[in-house]
Design a protein around this ligand. Structure first.
Ligand SMILES: [Zn+2]
Length: 118
């Protein structure tokens, strides 16, 4: 009894730990929303370290991190995170002054989970 229970606990620990480390690189890529400052088009890309990021369609470095305005239902380009911290109003909507959020409905993301979208 006791031995089996311990074995179960150990195997769960190994399973969880293995999941966290091994699948992060291959399967789950860190992604976020970028907005092209030229076209204002919002696209989902893997997280890049250098900004602005390159738009693969145009080849131009015009992609800035995107934040979502729930009032305009629009993604807006914002400065790099370290600059947002210095300027709190950078994370406000340029039109409605609504605080922008990071977890809006992603463009081009799996269209099957469109909750709240008509
Ligand atoms: Zn707005």
């Amino acid at each position: 009894m006791t031995f089996h229970f311990r074995l179960l606990v150990i195997s769960i620990c190994v399973f969880v730990a293995g999941c966290g480390s091994s699948e992060t690189d291959s399967d789950v890529v860190n992604k976020m929303v970028y907005v092209d400052t030229e076209t204002m088009a919002a696209i989902v890309l893997p997280v890049y370290e250098s900004l602005p990021a390159t738009n693969s369609e145009t080849g131009e470095r015009t992609l800035m991190p995107g934040l979502y305005c729930p009032e305009c239902r629009t993604w807006y380009p914002v400065p790099a995170p370290d600059q947002i911290n210095r300027r709190p109003d950078a994370a406000l909507c340029p039109k409605t002054r609504t605080p922008l959020i990071a977890d809006g409905p992603w463009p081009d993301e799996d269209s099957e989970s469109t909750e709240g979208v008509p």
